[in-house]
Design a binder for this molecule. Structure first.
Ligand SMILES: [Zn+2]
Length: 81
């Protein structure tokens, strides 16, 4: 499930929300109820996930990571061509 990051325009907090593709975007801050906007943070989410895995499983994950990056790239190329 994709993770979306939202930043509150009122209190300035950034929080992550799990949402299904097609779900309505969050409009209210879960802390103060203020207006929020989506933060585009896909690469940092990806890196965070890989970093945590690498610590657990060591260097063996480097190849799958490269493969996943290649797959991502192909997907992006398809989307934008
Ligand atoms: Zn807020």
């Amino acid at each position: 499930m994709p993770i979306y990051e939202y930043e509150c325009e009122n209190c300035g907090k950034i929080f992550e929300v799990f949402q299904k593709i097609g779900d309505e975007p969050i409009k209210e801050c879960k802390f103060c109820g203020g207006k929020v906007h989506k933060v585009i943070s896909r690469p940092s989410v990806f890196v965070k996930g890989e970093g945590a895995k690498k610590e657990e499983e060591g260097e063996k994950k480097i190849k799958p990571l490269a493969e996943r990056l290649a797959e991502e790239k192909l997907k992006w190329l398809r989307d934008y061509s």
